[in-house]
Design a protein around this ligand. Sequence first.
Ligand SMILES: Cc1ncc(COP(=O)(O)O)c(C=O)c1O
Length: 352
Amino acid sequence: MLDQPSPFSSGTPVARPPVDGVLGAIGRTPLVALHAYPDRADVHLFGKLEASNPGGSAKDRPAARMIEDAWDRGLLGPGSTVVESSSGNMGVGLAQACRSRGLAFVCVVDARTNRSNVLAMRALGAEVRIVTRPDPATGDLLAARLALVAEIVAATPGAFRTDQYRNPANAVAHEDGTMREIIEALDGRIDQLLVATSTTGTLRGCVDALHAHGLHDTQVVAVDAMGSALFGGTRGPRLLPGFGAGVPTELSERAEYDRLVRVSDLDCVVGCRRLALREGVLAGASSGGLMTAFDRLAPELPAGARCAAILHDGGARYLETVYDDDWVARELDCDAAGLADLVAGGPALPVA
Ligand SMILES: Cc1ncc(COP(=O)(O)O)c(C=O)c1O
């Protein structure tokens, strides 16, 4: 157990000072010691609960940062329309940031995006366009989304494209926020960091923060989806939104990491289910992927190793997929009994 007072004991300060608007509530998310998770009791694993951001994911950070940065540089102002392609979470973060600045926002998503994210964006005043057919030239949904973004930008007066795939403010938000918070919380003692990848803004920002703090020995593990074209991967079918990319992003071309682990949709489901049942943490698909990657790498870790995993979003948006036995049986060809076996630590999952 961590040497900390219980939050329920009398005398423990509970209040935080008020913040200025919803964007002020972004960040300072909890870092949770996952006691029951590792099969190796001598290894410490910490999960950064990014679902605690007001828009429900880590993407609140780069969304707010990209809007503030463009506003400060005079690229955006009253009357502007922000346009972005998103798998869902960035869309919710941008819808929130644009509302708080009184800006219009058009988000292009694809058929994999969780319905609850689409509804959340609309509730926050965004226009959501859903791409259902892949780009004819590449056969890819992300390429189709980006083509529609370019069309909308060309046809909309005052349009501004945040372009999370190459915008440096995406990575800076994680350097200054997510990773700096982890470094401070763990007094700079981090042996392994696990990061799920899509634009690779989180990975890039975390590596930059580690270097800026002189932490060159932390092993950085990039966890990508099987079927993702990042890091020389071959594009293939993927059902779960949020991580992986059908085409390499500009940020990913300069990405640094020490290990790459690729996980399947089923690996994500198993990791999520284990995290929920062992720790009571209801997390999103990519977090389950991190947990499976951690399980695979844990035997190599030295005793006493301290590991941190960034849990990008929460599980509520995945109740109809990752946490639904019928969906898993139908889409991933794994029946409830087989899944329960895997979750309980039954037959080993295939190594990527
Ligand atoms: C659930 C989830 N996990 C991981 C990622 C990867 O983050 P990044 O785009 O910074 O690589 C995303 C990005 O959308 C996400 O939504």
